[in-house]
Design a binder for this molecule. Structure first.
Ligand code: SF4
Ligand code: ZN
Length: 714
């Protein structure tokens, strides 16, 4: 029997030797100057950079890092600290092994369903679901389960709880064998078959500390304190657990992630309270892990014949797999929330007008109206649209159901397998009822749902009720400007990752994540008066153009616990609003044109700033003010308050084409109203026009872009 020290040190030595070999081979094959990167990250090499503060870009630098910094972590003084640093050294060695695969292959060496490396954009995308606890934790499952059935059952259990699952080794093949669909949108990610691939999930945790936590790279203690306090991850390691896995486990424990295993003491496994937990019964891994990491799952029990989990949100139902379809572009297809007086509502009532799914032809397009009528003492008509927008997520979370669009342009597909499992329209009503009542219990006392599939009745409802309701709402939204509301709101949800970050949400400036509008914030405040969205009064106007108020300053000061003294709402140069890290877009100054470049998270390519999204994004974050760079939501681009202090949206000189197409209509409209410019988006460059500043300048000059004539930004 070895001691825990001996096992960790042996496992660390073994992983280190593998890394040495991989690096030596890469140097021999590619030469020391060959590039070494996972791509799509501004923190190369992420784990190593986080722990040491040094960046690595070539194979030669990787070799030096391994021999110097990583070696230095491998202390052998038989103190508890050595177990931890050797555990970290094991993870860093593992990351090197993976990096050499990328270097040798010239890109991602893995094939579907294995993913390996997470891009920075993916890490940022996880920000909001993690802070809302929509993703309550992250599981790292290593090795093959005793049987494929048990392994997949465990993965599915986590999936249904919303836990993000990452897989290493034999469990991947077990999931493939059982036909389990995987991938980032489904929140089940296969990291790799070799143990070294576990580095990719460590990388997510450490990049969270860099991106959201504003931790200094190289701040070893800052890193593990951050992950321990804020990243709710844990490890499940199946027996037999070898020395290398034990060493990785030591690294996990240093980061605050407990390890649950079914290996035994007879087999030289150890129990360490709160850190290594032996659980012989694999069916109890789930419960044991959640308890060990103190993860509470909010379960809403629903009486429906298919699974309901956020992991199914990204699921696509293809035409061939489709039982029936509702399509708002061809037929009536709409969703609506209406406020009624509570006395007019019979709670939990469901009405179906027209045929159910089993009376529709397979593969047919049908009419569909789904209405939730809600009432309650604290309900306000402003909340109707807030609740209605949730339908998308609610309906999508049903396994085998796909929902896109909104209002009277929705499309829903029901898969054959969901239908065969017994899914009918009453279950849609059940989902809306249960979720609305549990998510908005402070506001909704009563709720009834009506579904209309009869074509005539559906058309009549659209004409007489829905369209007038949408029109009225649009009028109200248009009337909502920063000037004519009495209050703004804070949002501090992201403080669980970015402790000093505060969003100020106004009618014309939504939260930078894109998920919190002024109406959302208002509803959140109503639901939970002590929650993340607090009222900000508008007293003490200092400068309207730049958007500076005494009350806003007081609010950011208070809610950032003194970290921020002053923010402006409309400037990116002077005391700009901070960013946490989960922003939809980042904009940055383009010095040649005196304009700004905006890039969205989905765009992987280069920008004329010579930086990708990830690189631009890394310039700001963690709740710190960075003049010249600003994270923001997509809808903010067309706002009349966008960079108002610096001249407004006529500063925009470049956007990725897909983003431009998405916002064009509204941006053109605003540009026309503000500056009298027609089709302003035609003057804005994109990647099909220019990816470097010279070509962009030629294009802007040709078009007579207004930014060229504005005052210098710097
Ligand atoms: Fe985070 Fe701001 Fe979005 Fe709130 S509004 S969730 S603080 S990014
Ligand atoms: Zn955030």
């Amino acid at each position: 029997m070895k001691t825990l020290f001996e096992r960790v040190f042996a496992g660390n030595d073994e992983m280190y030797a593998l890394a040495e070999k991989a690096v030596a081979e890469a140097v021999a094959k590619l030469g020391p100057d060959a590039p070494a990167t996972f791509g799509d990250t501004a923190y190369s090499l992420p784990c190593f950079y986080a722990m040491t503060g040094k960046k690595i870009a070539t194979v030669g630098e990787a070799k030096a890092a391994l021999e110097n910094e990583i070696r230095a972590f491998m202390t052998r003084n038989n103190r508890t600290k050595d177990i931890f640093t050797s555990g970290v050294a094991t993870a860093l060695s593992a990351e090197m092994i993976e990096l050499m695969k990328w270097a040798t292959h010239g890109g991602c060496p893995y094939e579907e369903p294995v993913m390996g490396h997470f891009t920075d954009a993916q890490v940022r995308e996880l920000g909001v679901p993690l802070v809302t606890r929509d993703i309550p934790g992250v599981a790292v499952i290593i090795g093959p389960a005793p049987s494929a059935e048990e392994g997949v059952a465990l993965v599915k259990q986590y999936q249904e709880q919303g836990i993000f699952v990452t897989l290493v080794g034999g469990i991947i093949d077990q999931c493939v064998q059982q036909g389990l669909a995987m991938g980032f949108p489904r929140r089940i990610v296969a990291l790799g078959h070799e143990l070294s691939s576990v580095a990719h999930v460590v990388s997510v945790a450490l990049r969270a500390a860099l991106i959201f936590g504003n931790k200094e790279p190289g701040d070893y203690e800052g890193m593990w304190r951050y992950t321990m306090e804020r990243v709710f991850a844990f490890v499940n390691a199946f027996a037999p657990v070898d020395d290398m896995t034990v060493a990785c486990g030591a690294g996990a424990i240093q980061l605050g992630f407990p390890v649950v295993t079914n290996d035994t003491e007879e087999n030289n496994m150890f129990r360490v309270p709160k850190s290594i937990i032996i659980q012989p019964d694999v069916s109890q891994f789930n419960a044991t892990s959640l308890e060990a990491r103190d993860i509470k799952i909010k379960i809403t029990k629903m009486d429906i014949p298919v699974a309901f989990a956020s992991a199914f949100e990204g699921e696509i139902v293809r035409r061939g797999d489709m039982q029936v379809e509702f399509d708002g572009s061809r037929k009536t297809g709409l969703e609506l929330v209406r406020m009624l007086d509570a006395s007019e509502i019979e709670d939990h009532k469901f009405t179906l007008i027209g045929p159910d799914v089993d009376q529709m032809d397979v593969g047919s397009k049908n009419d569909f109206v789904i209405v939730a009528e809600v009432g309650g003492r604290n309900m306000q008509s402003d909340f109707e649209s807030v609740f209605e927008r949730k339908f998308h997520a609610y309906i999508n979370c049903m396994e085998g159901v796909m929902h896109t669009g909104q209002r009277d342009m929705i499309r829903i597909r029901i898969s054959k397998s969901a239908f065969e499992n017994g899914l009918r329209l009453k279950h849609f009503a059940e989902v809306l009822y249960t979720k609305l009542k549990s998510d908005y219990d402070a506001v909704i006392d009563k709720c009834q749902v009506t579904i209309i599939t009869d074509p005539e009745a559906a058309a009549k409802y659209r004409h007489e009720v829905a369209t007038p309701a949408y029109d009225k709402r649009d009028e109200r939204l248009l009337s909502l400007t920063d000037e004519n509301v009495d209050v703004f709101y804070t949002c501090i949800l992201c403080q669980s990752f970015s402790p000093s970050h505060v969003c100020i949400v106004t009618p014309e400036r939504l939260g930078l994540c894109g998920a919190v509008s002024w109406l959302d914030a208002k509803a959140t405040n109503e639901l939970d008066p002590n929650g993340p969205c607090q009222i900000v009064t508008k007293g003490g106007l200092i400068d309207e153009n730049i958007g500076r108020w005494e009350d806003v300053n007081a609010a950011v000061n208070k809610y950032s616990q003194g970290a921020l003294e002053s923010v402006t709402l409309y400037s990116i140069m002077e005391d700009p609003m901070t960013s946490c890290g989960c922003f939809e877009c980042i904009c940055g100054i383009e010095p040649f044109s005196n304009g700004v470049v905006i890039v969205n998270r989905e765009h992987a390519g280069m920008t004329p700033l010579g930086m990708t999204f990830s690189e631009m994004a890394s310039m700001t974050g963690g709740g710190v003010q960075t003049p010249g760079f600003m994270g923001h939501g997509k809808h903010f681009i067309a706002s009349k308050k966008f960079m108002k202090a610096e001249g407004g949206l006529e500063r925009i000189v470049w956007m990725p084409k897909a983003l431009k197409d998405q916002v064009a209509e509204k941006v053109n409209q605003s540009a026309k109203e503000l500056y009298g410019i027609e089709n302003f988006c035609d003057m804005i460059g994109d990647e099909t026009i220019a990816e470097d500043p010279e070509t962009l300048m030629t294009f802007l000059t040709e078009k007579g872009h207004p930014a060229l004539g504005l005052d210098p930004l710097m």
